[in-house]
Design a protein around this ligand. Sequence first.
Ligand SMILES: [Zn+2]
Length: 300
Amino acid sequence: MKKIAPTLLICLALLILLCPGRLEALSVTSPTDEGDVTITSESRRLCQGEIVKVCLKSPAAASAGLSFDGREYPFVSDREGLKHFALIALGVDIAPGTYDVIIHLKPSRGTPKDIPFKLAISRGTFPSKRIRVARRFTSPTSAEIKRIRREQELLGRIYGASVPGWMGDGGFVMPLKGKVTGVFGERRVFNDDFASRHRGIDIRSPQGVPVNASNAGKIVLARDLYFSGSTVIINHGIGLFSIYCHLSKASVREGTIVDKGKILGYTGSTGRSTGPHLHWGLRLVDDYVDPRSVMHLSFD
Ligand SMILES: [Zn+2]
């Protein structure tokens, strides 16, 4: 016993360190006329800046929606209407605390039912960094300000035109191999006079390395933008978009459907960039989340 106890303690400590998502994972069962509904969650961590998958199993064919933090999220259902999932975003600015989530279950026969549960969200840790860039990126001319506004409107239209279905093909993959030199959520001060949040991760790379689609979807943008340079955006459905910036060249056309792994373009340093790298972003509904958090979700 004396030998087992410390080993057990070490194992438990390792489990807590290595699997925080699993320990926080949700598991709720709710009875209905047709049988039990089960709700589980998957996430890397339940904290600011993370994406969370909510899985729902219904005993009979149903559809469902979810309310969280004042927003509505759709569920994607399998062909039989028995297995469903929704993705929710825990933005960097969401206040830590316990939130009420309500699942609106609509059985194909029978009465709709609301199933409430709680989600405890903790604080994320985000470092700060000072960065020097060309003055045109912190003090743009009036012509450049007009261009920036036009591009913001374009992006607003693109992110507003979500599709209800899911276009992804299995789990997400990294778009590029390389060292992560800029983490998600970092507070950045440009030339000591302009602060912003880093809304993706930076992967260091030599110039001209192929960048792959992290999942299947529709190319909704492939053009040069003022800040993000040559940029590709993929719509994966249900409000989820992956974003690839500062490319030397995009090799896909807007409006086309791409498979997971498709070459979207090549790494570069276009736009507000200090050297060749890929900025990879993930946007869900109105929030950006750490794209690496989606790698911890299973999609079958
Ligand atoms: Zn970046």
